[in-house]
Design a protein around this ligand. Structure first.
Ligand code: HEC
Length: 129
């Protein structure tokens, strides 16, 4: 009788751990899929991406997390991608300023050409989540 009980409990244990493994695998797979899907939608081949990489923006901005300035995806969520907003943001990149996202000011970038600033703005606004 004891043996049978032992066998049953062993069997239950095996079943339980098996069940756990499967659910763990599905969870892992699910996270992997979302992880690999997310960056691909945020990849672009726009010239603005390289211009931003060459400038000092990275010190205050990150694509997906707020650092000192807002995350680019948050900026993209706030403004529609159109000429008016590209002009506004290009101007802001060059002139700097505060008050839209908080009391910390963005430093002005007077050496950035207006066309380059527009490319940067276009790139940022293309980063829709
Ligand atoms: C010294 C830190 C700093 C640097 C360097 C910086 N930013 Fe910013 N940026 C900020 C802050 C702070 C804000 C929020 C300003 C506000 O609240 O109006 C901001 C806001 C912005 C916005 C949104 C503007 C708005 O009115 O909504 C854009 C777009 C932007 N930055 C792009 C850039 C780009 C492109 C560069 C590089 C050329 C850059 N930033 C460099 C700190 C910085």
């Amino acid at each position: 009788m004891k043996k049978i009980l032992l066998m049953i409990s062993c069997f239950t244990l095996v079943m339980a751990s098996c069940g756990n493994d499967t659910s763990k695998n599905t969870e892992e797979n699910a996270t992997k899929t979302t992880e690999s899907a997310a960056p691909s939608t945020l990849e672009t081949d726009l010239p603005g991406e390289k211009l931003i990489a060459k400038s000092d923006c990275i010190g205050c901005h990150n694509k997906t997390t707020k650092v000192i300035g807002p995350a680019y995806v948050d900026v993209a969520a706030k403004y529609t991608l159109n000429d008016k907003n590209i002009d506004y943001l290009a101007d802001k990149i060059i002139s700097g300023g505060k008050g839209v996202w908080g009391e910390i000011a963005m430093t002005p970038h007077p050496t950035i050409a207006p066309d380059d600033a527009k490319e940067m703005a276009k790139y940022i606004l293309s980063l829709k989540k």
